[in-house]
Design a protein around this ligand. Structure first.
Ligand code: ARG
Length: 466
């Protein structure tokens, strides 16, 4: 009996049980070691629920005040590291509720009226994600700021542009950097869009069928600053679409950073030598004294796989779940937390690293010499002389072959040599330069300096908006 009493005190749901939970089961089912991260949101949600209970006349004003005060005390206990988390109490919700009853006495036991952990946990998760998303958006904005300045400060740098990782056409380094700005811009807009679907208040859904008391759910939503309340209790407690959407947003973001990683790694190699990564961000080899390794980009690329994996784990967790809540859903949290941590650290370290990269103009110029990057311009030149593009392409192809066979760059050719491939080449062909090629790409979105400047100007304006 003593043990039974002990157990009843211990487990908030212990009433119908005759035997103690096995400790191996407690260990297996507990989530407190990871969901304690939700403590703040859990407490804020409970404070709002407590006010809703009072509004529905389920607790007195005095009880409401006592509970809110008790919750405030627990918040401080947790934040000062004094709170004793217990595995036997399973999760953050019951850890806090159990402590509340200790702190305020039996009236603490009224807090869970009309609420289930099923609607509570999804409320916590939404509140938590909302906060994190704000931080992530700010970090992404900071990364864009770095891209913006890199582009603005290197407007005169020309580099080889690639397709198939084969030299293709000259481009402005700024144009290249702004490509990443655009990617992050889309990531930001995805984040803002999914925020709308995170920002829905689920409390009042109860375990699955809706709370059995006449709660003013819109009041709860106002207290917690939600513009909307969920419209179907079954869906509300079992929906994790917003988690999956977040994972897919994160996966795209990491995919972008991983592509950038690949380029930073290649370009800082001696083979390319286009950029130099700051020493502070690299490591050496324990064996080879000459080495300077691009660990940060490598790790960002490596961590990308984990973020993709977490998207897949969330999708897989959901695919076979009958309505409504199932304990499987507890498994949504660890991957989500991990992904949040990973993307925050990747985005912030990239902002730091990129502000310190050195652009190696001579190596870029050297790269521009080999690879016949002006070939398209030569063909375009012939087109301007009314030669059909296909014929021009053929003629320039032969000219390139000639250069290869005679170890010449296009810039080394004399007019006489040019004219062996087409009689339409005239003296002005000798004026063709890398910058001329760049400036010709004067279409919206092209690499011409004027276009890049226009884009920078527009971005500057949009960045100044509050
Ligand atoms: N720890 C649980 C989770 O993360 C809270 C909800 C538990 N609900 C339940 N009916 N056992 O999902």
């Amino acid at each position: 009996m003593a043990e039974k009493k002990g157990q009843l005190k211990k487990k908030l749901w212990g009433g119908r049980f005759q035997e103690k939970t096995r400790s191996s089961v407690e260990k297996f089912t507990a989530s407190i070691h990871f969901d304690r991260r939700l403590y703040r949101q859990d407490i804020l949600g409970s404070m709002a629920h407590c006010k809703t209970l009072h509004r529905a006349s389920l607790i007195s004003e005095n009880e409401m005040k006592k509970i809110i005060k008790g919750l405030g005390r627990i918040l401080r206990e947790i934040e000062s590291g004094k709170f004793k988390f217990s595995e036997a109490a399973e999760d953050i919700h019951m850890n806090i509720e159990q402590r509340l009853i200790e702190v305020v006495g039996p009236s603490g036991g009224k807090l869970h009226t009309g609420r289930s952990r099923n609607d509570q946990v999804v409320l916590d998760l939404r509140l938590y994600l909302r906060d994190e998303m704000d931080e992530i958006a700010a970090l992404m904005d900071n990364l864009q700021e770095v891209f913006f300045h890199l582009a603005k400060d290197h407007l005169d740098v020309i580099m080889p542009g690639y397709t198939h990782l084969q030299k293709a056409q000259p481009i402005l380094f700024s144009h290249y950097i702004l490509a990443y700005y655009e990617m992050v811009e889309r990531d930001k807009s995805r984040l803002a869009d999914l925020f709308k679907r995170v920002n829905v208040m689920p409390l009042g859904s109860g375990a699955l069928a809706g709370a059995g008391f006449s709660f003013d759910r819109e009041y709860t939503a106002r207290l917690l600053d939600f513009p909307e309340v969920s419209q179907n209790s079954l869906d509300a407690v079992s929906d994790r679409d917003f988690v999956i959407e977040f994972h897919s947003f994160a996966s795209l973001l990491m995919m972008h950073l991983s592509r950038l990683s690949e380029e930073l790694i290649l370009w800082s190699s001696t083979e390319f030598g286009f950029i130099e990564l700051p020493d502070e961000f690299c490591t050496g080899s324990s064996m080879m004294p000459q080495k300077k390794n691009p660990d940060i980009p490598e790790l960002v690329r490596g961590k990308t796989g984990r973020v993709f994996g977490n998207l897949l784990s969330a999708l897989t967790m959901m695919k076979g779940l009958p309505l409504a809540y199932n304990r499987d859903l507890q498994e949504d949290k660890e991957p989500l937390f991990l992904t949040i941590d990973l993307i925050k650290s990747a985005v912030s370290i990239y902002a730091e690293l990129l502000s310190g990269i050195k652009v190696n103009r001579p190596m870029m110029l050297q790269g521009l010499k080999k690879g016949y990057l002006l070939s398209t311009d030569l063909a375009d030149y012939l087109v301007s002389k009314k030669v059909p593009f296909r014929e021009a392409h053929e003629a320039v192809g032969k000219l390139v072959r000639y250069c290869m066979d005679h170890h010449k760059h296009i810039e080394d050719l004399s007019l006489k040599e040019y004219r062996e491939f087409s009689k339409f080449f005239e003296k002005d062909i000798l004026d063709l330069t890398l910058s001329a090629s760049i400036e010709k790409r004067d279409v919206i979105g092209g690499t011409a300096t004027s276009q890049v400047l226009k884009r920078l100007e527009k971005l500057k304006k949009s960045r100044q908006k509050p």
